[in-house]
Design a protein around this ligand. Structure first.
Ligand code: SF4
Ligand code: SF4
Length: 502
């Protein structure tokens, strides 16, 4: 018998319950049974809130099982719970979503400047505000010549660029980790919002063929689904070296999730585990990486920017410099609070560094080396609101990447059970009866609404700063101030403490 106490307590108000059994039908974790009345098995509850949302009588409440353990500031309940689980299973603890530990969130210790009196602010309701951003390699300088008609022509050859209407891109989440309906919703929303979604490492389903201009295709270590057609069905190609939630380790899509459709997109047999190796087996140096970057550029006829995604680790700045020198047109940095469909908990919670420090270090290093314009920087790893977006751009990002926020917009309740394949909201699952719970049209509308709302808020922030374009904010660290941060952290972030003027 399991010694693990329930994490949550499911309370049913039997006075108001009308015995409709909707909660029984909606709970994909097998927690609810009907025996004359609804009887919950507390141990199975993951707090996904599906039953709470769909109960017509609001008769259900889910509470944390607070009384299970005696208080200890050192041996926290979840620490003891994890030991009990491993004592029973002898296995690695898997988890989903981002790092939930109470590490300092540096975004919350940075404040944005605003104009007063001598430097007038701009009203975004009356003045045009530019949120457009272009991803790709920019020239250091532009050169012009006059043609035979004495007209001025640009003579500098520009590298391929991808235009974003807002500096917010949907994160790489593979078809396999998430459902086809979730992929459809992301693709539709990317198109509606003038931005990009990223296929992740699982290839691309044929249903997404009409969204080519809004798709980043990923080339990861497993090379699942990578063909010339795949590379060319995109606006941009991303080589995935690392992921913020699990730096240094590969991926694992269990065979149970590999059905007919996924086997086609991944190009593997039905029911086999899709294992992505920890490294790319043809990349052991910057020179090797450069060969892959140029192989992809050749395969796409030099028409698309090629980006490289890395986890935020200790020497991220030096690595990013090498990546840019290897020919990448963009670098995506994924911080240690970034999400995952499945990762060992010990890696997710203990490996990597915060995105804020990694971003500041990379932007500064590329500036110091005079190569900042050679590549765009995308910043990922727990961007939670438009305030985080503005701070990331002021710290040096060209655009941000949102994964968890996008999932939450589609209905995710961050129960962290993505790896079980039982997602009650039809997002991180391949079970047909669950997948159909997510209507892609509705999902797309909710995602588009989120991007629109953040876009409006960004315009408000720009207006208060007295600038009328997101490009004017990029790398403007003088518009940020730190609060409750030590001197060294302020120095690493390249910002002054609050209370100090220009
Ligand atoms: S797992 Fe979700 S649906 Fe099932 S009882 Fe818990 S909150 Fe309700
Ligand atoms: S959904 Fe609500 S009203 Fe219906 S059986 Fe469950 S608890 Fe009762």
């Amino acid at each position: 018998m399991s010694q693990i106490p329930p994490e949550f307590i499911v309370k049913i108000d039997y006075d108001t319950c009308r015995r409709c059994r909707r909660c029984v039908m909606n709970c994909s974790f097998g927690c609810m049974q009907f025996k004359d009345r609804v009887v919950p098995d507390h141990k199975k509850c993951v707090a996904c809130h599906r039953c709470v949302t769909f109960c017509p009588e609001s008769a259900i409440s889910i509470t944390k099982n607070e009384l299970t353990y005696k208080d200890s500031a050192n041996w926290l309940p979840e620490t003891r719970q994890n030991i009990l689980k491993q004592a029973e299973t002898g296995g690695i603890l898997l988890t989903g979503m981002g790092n939930p530990r109470p590490y300092q969130i540096l975004w919350d210790h940075m404040l944005i400047d605003a104009c007063q009196v001598t430097n007038p602010s701009i009203d975004p309701l009356r003045e045009p505000m530019e949120l457009r951003t272009f991803l790709g390699r920019k020239p250091n300088r532009l050169e012009f010549t006059r043609d035979g008609n004495d007209e001025i022509k640009l003579s500098t050859e520009l590298q391929p660029q991808v235009k974003l209407d807002v500096p917010i891109v949907f994160a790489a989440m593979s078809y396999g980790a998430i459902s086809l309906n979730a992929h459809r919703a992301l693709a539709m929303a990317a198109k509606n919002s003038g931005t990009l979604m990223n296929t992740g490492e699982g290839g691309i389903h044929k249903d997404l063929n009409s969204y080519t201009d809004n798709i980043v295709v990923q080339v990861a270590s497993g090379r699942f689904g990578v063909t010339s057609e795949y590379l060319n069905s995109s606006a941009m190609v991303e080589i995935k070296i690392g992921q913020g939630a699990k730096p240094g380790i590969g991926g694992h899509l269990p065979g149970e999730k590999v059905g007919e459709d996924i086997s086609k997109t991944r190009m593997i047999p039905v029911g086999t585990d899709a294992l992505s190796p920890a490294p790319h087996h043809d990349i052991y140096s910057i020179e090797d990486l450069s060969q892959l970057i140029y192989a992809i550029k050749e395969a796409t006829d030099y028409t698309k920017p090629v980006s490289v995604k890395i986890s935020a680790v200790h020497n991220v700045a030096a690595i990013a410099s090498g990546i840019v020198r290897a020919g990448a047109d963009a670098v995506t940095i994924d911080g240690f609070r970034g999400g995952t469909g499945a990762a060992p908990m010990v890696i997710r919670d203990n490996v990597g560094i915060p995105i804020e420090l990694a971003l500041a270090a990379v932007d500064q290093r590329l500036r110091d080396e005079g190569i900042r314009s050679h590549a765009s920087i995308l910043c990922a790893g727990s961007i939670r609101n438009s305030g985080d977006v503005a701070k990331a751009i002021a710290l040096g990002a060209d655009a941000v990447v949102i994964g968890t926020a996008a999932l939450v917009a589609m209905g995710c309740r961050v129960c962290q059970k993505c790896y079980t394949g039982n997602c009650a909201w039809g997002i991180a699952t391949q079970k047909p009866e669950l997948v159909r719970r997510l209507d892609p049209q509705v999902g797309a509308e909710r995602l588009s609404n989120l991007v629109t709302a953040w876009g409006y808020e960004l315009q408000e922030i720009l207006g208060s700063l007295g600038v009328n374009s997101i490009e004017s904010l990029r790398g403007s660290r003088e518009r940020l101030r730190g609060i409750d941060l030590d001197e060294q952290t302020l120095e690493l972030l390249g910002i002054k403490p609050a209370g100090i003027g220009q």
